[in-house]
Design a protein around this ligand. Sequence first.
Ligand code: C5P
Length: 327
Amino acid sequence: MDRLKVKVPAFGKLNLSLLVLHKRTDGFHELRTVFQTIALHDSLAIEFARARRTRIELESNVEIPGVNLVTRAAESVLAELGISASVRFALTKRIPMGGGLAGGSTDAAAVLLALPVLAGKPIPFARLQEMAAQLGSDVPIFLKGGAAVALGRGEELYALPDAAAVPVLLACSGIHVSTPEAFRALNRGAAELTSPNDPNRIKRFQLLVEALVCPDSAGSWMALCENDFEGAVFPQVPRLDTLRHSLIGHGARLARMSGSGSTMFGVFSGENARDRAMARLTKQQPNVQWVPTAFISRHEYRRVWRRALASARKQLRVSSEEFGWIV
Ligand code: C5P
């Protein structure tokens, strides 16, 4: 059979708000977070052909340290489908690595979404979600796209209504924050997280979700966003707090860290305001990479994905009855 070739997008995410609760018996922390996918994306070119023996190759425009999630995701899909194949990946990374934008996780999710289509064999969505959660806490959101509330360690997702393409400016300083270390740093203040000093934490989160669910809340949700990691990471890396103030000082209506950092994001009222801020900040702080992007809605996320897989879908005649939204 001919090799099938597709090029798929792997979008990044922001945590609009992120509360870290207690450490669970499985070693993970219980989270309450709001994910929002963004237009900034890596691109993954995939060549696929059934073969007698499995061979997975990956090339990338940047060196990826540690275990590669793309390869692991491909292995798990082939094992689940019980097939062997020759798979070649060419990854173009644009999402900064180790930056709290889930760059590695979204690449893995892209493999989970695309490979079953290329193999012409569906994996039930519930099973795909389990496989995603096994690969990492931030992987499952990318099987859905758009905005979602996440519970558990980030894998229990409840879709939120689609947001507009809200303009965003990212401040990528290149500072590395290790996620496990950020969780450990939080642990030192574990008492504070469950402290009676702030009994309204969860209530604020519920209000935030309510504001996001209710479309006429018009921006009121922004004041309710927080990120617990800021309290643990900013004292160690004060530069990140300075970047937050820079974003606010240049007109961002909301500026926060995403995930455990180190990317800071600013949310703007319009593209002009965002672009003006970017021009000034690039001049003032040229060592920081200022990246313009925007929220990408679930509708748009899925539209772009379907377009990317259209040729393979036609060739293989796969149906949405079997594959769900992806085709
Ligand atoms: O799931 P993921 O591989 O992204 O997690 C990386 C590390 O972050 C975990 O090994 C754990 O130390 C920490 N983590 C956590 N609680 C979560 C998610 C991640 O403690 N909910």
